[in-house]
Design a protein around this ligand. Sequence first.
Ligand SMILES: NC(=O)c1ccc[n+]([C@@H]2O[C@H](COP(=O)([O-])OP(=O)(O)OC[C@H]3O[C@@H](n4cnc5c(N)ncnc54)[C@H](O)[C@@H]3O)[C@@H](O)[C@H]2O)c1
Length: 267
Amino acid sequence: MLVPDILPWPARPLDGRVVLITGGAQGIGRGIAQAVLGAGGRVAIGDLDATAGRACLAEWQRPDDALFRRLDATRERSVAAFVEAALARFGRIDGLVNNAGIADPHAPPLPALDWAAWNRRLSSLHGAFLCSKHALPALSRSEGGGAVVNIASTRAHQSEPHSEAYAAAKGGLVAFTHALALSAGPAVRVNCISPGWIATDAWRAPARRRRPRLSRSDHAQHPAGRVGTPQDIASLAVHLLAPALSGFVTGQEFVVDGGMTRKMQYA
Ligand SMILES: NC(=O)c1ccc[n+]([C@@H]2O[C@H](COP(=O)([O-])OP(=O)(O)OC[C@H]3O[C@@H](n4cnc5c(N)ncnc54)[C@H](O)[C@@H]3O)[C@@H](O)[C@H]2O)c1
């Protein structure tokens, strides 16, 4: 008779896998990079901030498993060079995390917003397009299946005034995710995480690093009882990058916000 197995939970779900992480030198991206290393993977982090990138390599002391390249995810030549550098070093690409972006949603009121400022705030969407375009051929060859994880935001669904460009970028990333999942599958799965409030102060380059200054009410307004951390996003990213854990998951958006978008807002 056919008896379903009790399978061991993988201790190193990304063993031997290579993951590219844009904006990987600070904040949520650095949190994801460290979680990938902890899960047995190797990382290529690309970031505009070379000081922060070099600090990661110095602090991690994992020369065999980590590569940093200065990257502007909105420039195609820079993206192509980043992907080539990762392939030259590791010989394969199994995962891509499109995380780079301007984390500040606030902008001037729309009548005062110029074209360049609008475009700058759309950088996370532009970067996801360029990095996916250049990494897809290698991702498609990944044994077990490649995986893309896009970092959007709960601001794809909820807004404050004067955040149109950021909201459009993040809403665009959610839609880009399901569209690419259809084109790139079954060889490559594509999913998206929408973080809520994530405190990144402790994950900056050393000179700017500090403990988050958060009030009791900052924490208490979250149904989960606290503001989020980069590790909260990273643990789901590892899950979505690992074919053994999420091989049947694609085209989806996962909100990680301590329950904030499920809370009634009546005053
Ligand atoms: N922190 C939050 O509360 C929060 C919430 C929702 C979504 N997000 C999203 O998560 C992602 C990371 O945010 P964070 O808070 O960690 O930001 P952060 O500013 O702490 O880190 C972002 C990193 O990306 C790099 N970067 C920016 N533009 C880049 C580009 N064009 N090319 C390469 N690198 C670039 C920066 O140098 C920096 O190291 C962003 O896409 C942001 O919109 C953040």
